[in-house]
Design a protein around this ligand. Structure first.
Ligand code: COA
Length: 146
């Protein structure tokens, strides 16, 4: 497995994974626009030439916001999400903190983030739709704790 930056060749595959994994996915156009967003980093896990998963973050003034992480169903439980998160932390090692929102019921993602030391610091009632659900807010201080 290789991790590469999203580019003009693979962004449509990233959008396809997004559409497979989320009820309100970002569009292909949004991923295309991310290619020219200086604050955006989208890392793509590639298995035998095929995009298996991705991690999208924005970094602004040393604060990383994790927008989304997703792995295609048949590639799950092989350590791909863990590798993507670790790669991002290594690449953005000068950042101060990272934050994200996750559905309260998303036990797999919560277990993943907690295994990296993210702590739950709050919630947003009914933040998500389709279906309506609370978001839990997680953060991690990076510098000094990495
Ligand atoms: C969450 C997701 C990205 C995990 O991807 P993955 O490549 O299967 O995860 P990994 O194999 O790297 O697992 C890393 C850790 O995540 C946790 N985890 C992953 N899948 C899990 C599951 N089904 N149940 C419980 N914990 C799970 C575990 O802590 C795991 O560590 P372990 O294997 O040592 O127990 C994947 O399930 C997914 O794409 N889900 C749909 C999209 C989504 O919900 N994204 C999160 C949005 S906030």
């Amino acid at each position: 497995m290789q991790i590469v930056q999203m580019n003009e060749q693979n962004y449509k595959q990233v959008a396809m994974i997004e559409a497979e994994c989320f009820s309100q996915p970002w569009s292909e156009k949004t991923f295309y626009e991310e290619l020219s967003n200086a604050n955006a980093h989208t890392f793509v896990a590639v298995e035998n030439g095929e995009a298996a998963g991705f991690l999208s973050v924005w970094e602004v003034c040393g604060e990383v916001n994790i927008n989304n992480i997703a792995v295609r169903e048949r590639f799950r439980r092989k350590g791909i999400a863990r590798a993507l998160l670790q790669h991002m932390l290594d690449e953005l090692s000068s950042a101060y903190s990272a934050a994200l929102e996750v559905r309260r019921s998303n036990a797999s993602a919560i277990a993943l983030y907690e295994s990296f030391g993210f702590k739950c610091v709050g919630q947003r009632k009914n933040f998500y739709s389709l279906p309506t659900e609370d978001a839990l807010l997680y953060t991690k201080i990076l510098n000094g704790e990495n």
